[in-house]
Ligand binder design. Structure first.
Ligand code: HEM
Length: 449
């Protein structure tokens, strides 16, 4: 069965382009070949049949777990996550693991995390430099990493907390080089080589995480509200708990899937918010009116629309893939068994018929337009929809609600483009900004630089 057309030329060149400028490549292919095309990407699962029409995306998201395997499409992440990661599993194994993880991300659990997110955000905001340019994405990463270590791993501030955040940020930095996604670059050439550094810091982080798992098992989890405690308590249908390896790989997965993605999404949101002073004012007024309580902040309409628009305009993950287990009709094309079909989130989000004037940041577009799940999908969809979507949206809201009222800032550089960092696409230069005034947490008078 023939594949839809795609760019000719060396696979290696397509791959380099994909690493350097994935959005440009997707746009160019759509302009040349239409809503379905074939790309060779840096994955053993390649080539990918890319679909960009909402109708085809709807078909992909509706496929059941036996027909569409996402785990196989994500195989490139195995060295980072471990073989038990929910992201890499398919069929009944995936369903079992996912079911055991989901309760930890339900609404009542999340409500408790809102306050922690706010506290950690304020502590980072207290230390932001005033009057000089700095890359804000690093500060966003500091917040989201601490949020994971506190709410997911259950560590309170102290020596183990600092040790783990330090080792994890080094391991993540080492793994962030996009070329390391290529299997032939995954070679341990000593502690100074990129993969060697990742392996060494990764091993140290694993040791600490395993220590936390054993501590949780030995001491019991009574009174704990973190995700690790829930994973230790979880039982499958046969009444069995997860093994230590499974819990370990899921902790790493939650860290990798949840930390950098949320930090990047926050930085993109700021990229658009801080060039729109009237929007900043409207958000500040709403946030002030909420009284500062996390549950009220989470319900603010304009803040919600702002977060959704940032995730639309610059989706952190540009594609989601599925390996088809049998010949399947997707939109108006037939795709054979064994092929990967991937939904181009980015192209759907820039479709003028859904989002008029698609390149503009306009949170108010969501006042009248309520997109279907296949029209707005920064978190993917169907049976594999991101487990942490509500967590990430809550965290984005808590951080913006802490930051915007306290800080007056502008971008230090107006021309910002996406650059790849590991699996995410982050603003160039880490989004350099200048803070000109910072208010105290109690909303005292602005302290000018
Ligand atoms: C803005 C932040 C985030 C974005 C844009 C994002 C995006 C995604 C996407 C696109 C997928 C693949 C979905 C699919 O294949 O249909 C995914 C899966 C996943 N995400 Fe997120 N994510 C974010 C934050 C988080 C957080 C905070 C966590 C947890 C702490 C998390 C945990 C996961 C997990 C466990 C999966 C695998 C689900 C499965 O295979 O069943 N993510 N995410």
């Amino acid at each position: 069965m023939s594949l839809p057309p795609g760019p000719n030329g060396f696979a290696a060149l397509q791959l380099l382009r994909w690493i350097r400028d994935p959005f440009g490549l997707l746009e160019e292919c759509q302009a040349r070949f239409g809503d379905s095309f074939t790309l060779t990407l840096p994955s053993p699962a390649s080539p990918f049949v890319i679909v960009a029409s909402p109708e085809a995306v709807k078909d992909v998201l509706a496929l059941d777990g036996e027909v569409a395997h996402a785990g196989k499409a994500n195989v490139v992440l195995r060295p980072l996550l471990g073989e038990h990661s929910v992201i890499l599993l398919d069929g009944s194994e995936h369903a079992r693991q996912r079911k055991m993880m989901l309760p930890a991300f339900h609404g009542d659990r999340l409500a408790a995390y809102g306050r922690t997110m706010t506290e950690l955000a304020h502590a980072v905001i207290d230390r932001l430099p005033v009057g000089e340019p700095f890359p804000i994405v690093r500060s966003m990463r500091a917040i989201t990493l601490q949020v994971i270590v506190r709410t997911v791993f259950g560590l309170e501030a102290g020596r183990r907390f600092s040790e783990l955040t330090d080792v994890l940020s080094r391991a993540i930095d080492a793994a962030a080089q996009p070329m390391l996604l290529l299997p032939f670059m995954q070679r341990d050439l000593g502690p100074l080589s990129p993969w060697g550094r990742f392996l060494r810091y990764g091993a140290k982080a694993s040791e600490i995480l395993r220590g936390e798992i054993r501590r949780g098992r030995a001491q019991g989890t009574a009174g704990r509200t973190d995700v690790l405690a829930m994973l230790l308590e979880a039982r499958d249908e046969a009444g069995e708990p997860m093994t230590e390896d499974e819990v370990h790989d899921e902790l790493v997965t939650l860290l990798v899937a949840g930390h950098e993605t949320t930090a990047t999404a926050l930085a993109w949101a700021l990229r658009w918010i801080w060039v729109d002073p009237p929007l900043v004012e409207r958000l500040r007024t709403d946030i002030a009116g909420s009284g500062g309580d996390p549950a009220s902040i989470a319900k603010l309409d304009l803040l919600d629309r702002t977060v959704r628009e940032a995730l639309r305009l610059q989706p952190v993950v540009p594609l989601i893939g599925r390996v088809l287990q049998r010949r399947t009709k997707i939109g108006d094309i037939e795709i054979g068994a064994g092929r990967v079909v991937a939904c181009a989130i980015y192209l759907v989000h820039r479709r003028p018929s859904l989002y008029p004037d698609p390149d503009r940041f306009r949170p108010d577009r969501f006042v009248t337009f309520k997109p279907a799940s296949w029209e707005w999908l920064p978190f993917g969809g169907g049976l594999r929809r991101c487990i942490g979507a509500a967590f990430a949206i809550l965290e984005m809201k808590m951080v913006l609600a802490a930051l915007l009222p306290r800080v007056t800032a502008h971008l230090a550089k107006l021309s910002i483009h996406p650059v790849r960092r590991g699996i995410t696409l982050t603003p160039s230069g880490g989004l350099p900004v200048v803070i000109t005034a910072r208010r105290s947490r109690e909303a005292g008078s602005p302290r000018a630089a």
